[in-house]
Write a protein that binds this ligand. Structure first.
Ligand code: FE2
Length: 267
């Protein structure tokens, strides 16, 4: 049995100010249930990553709820910002998470066999993603300094995913980002997104990528809609179980509220 290093990928927790409903669901309860499930089944995970939309409105109080939920985890947590987040409020409540020299929540974590690079695509006041020249220069330097294969974590995808309403609010003006990763593609082992609230897998520019359902609400699979209305749907909440070893990145999906019983196959 090969030895994998295990990590957990959570995304789009969308916590609100007071414990309460968002689209008919309780995002704090959903996150607490995810944390309980992780502690029960994946306590050996080395860290938990959350790819943005930590909160729904960026309210100060919502980050307190987030901190409270995450305190039940024994492993480190590496969060990044999404379009729904407030950089100011996040930094106040998570002062131990590094920022780059320009104040963007961008940082590098050395994993055992990979270099994890966490990016900030948040732009106050808009829902699409922004990755400016300043952020791109930081990324270029981080890629140049990386001695191990790279895992990229960012909220917005930098390419269309075929759901027109979401493509309208993905990363815009992708030039600086694409210039930053140019020639480093073979060194990027995987790119992890949030934002889409659906499980999606593929590759772009030769880079494998994945994203997951939210722990709260989801986006329906409506591929072409000229109205650009985002259709919500409440499917099973999910997190990813990421297994890493040299030369291999593998992601299992865990629908952590699924209540169907396991049984022995055979006969
Ligand atoms: Fe989201």
């Amino acid at each position: 049995m090969p030895r994998f290093d295990k990590y957990i990928h959570l995304t789009d927790t969308h916590l609100v100010k007071e414990a309460g409903a968002l689209y008919g669901l309780d995002p704090k309860l959903r996150l607490q249930q995810a944390v309980e499930h992780i502690n029960c089944h994946h306590a050996d995970a080395r860290a938990v990553v959350i790819t943005g939309d930590l909160t729904h409105y960026g309210h100060d109080n919502a980050y307190e709820h987030l901190r409270e939920c995450l305190a039940a985890l024994s492993m480190p947590v590496y969060p990044i910002l999404g379009n729904h987040d407030s950089r100011v409020n996040f930094v106040r409540h998570f002062p131990h998470i590094p920022c780059d020299a320009n104040g963007f929540v961008q940082y590098v974590v050395q994993l055992e066999r990979y270099t994890a690079i966490f990016l900030d695509t948040n732009e106050p006041g808009v829902h699409w993603g922004v990755f400016c020249e300043q952020r791109a220069q930081w990324l270029r330097a981080a890629l140049q300094a990386a001695e191990k294969p790279v895992l990229l974590f960012m909220h917005h995808p930098f390419f269309p995913i075929g759901i027109t309403s979401m493509d309208d609010i993905s990363l815009r003006n992708t030039g600086p980002f694409e210039a930053a990763i140019a020639s480093f593609e073979p060194r990027i082992a995987h790119c992890f997104f949030g934002h889409i609230h659906r499980p999606i897998f593929g590759s772009v520019r030769g880079i494998p990528y994945s994203t997951l359902r939210s722990t709260n609400h989801d986006v329906a699979l409506v591929l072409q809609d000229p109205s650009l209305n985002i259709v919500g749907k409440n499917e099973n909440p999910q997190y990813g179980v990421l297994l890493l070893r040299e030369g291999q990145v593998l992601l299992h999906l865990e629908d952590y509220l699924d209540s169907s019983e396991g049984y022995l196959l055979g006969g």
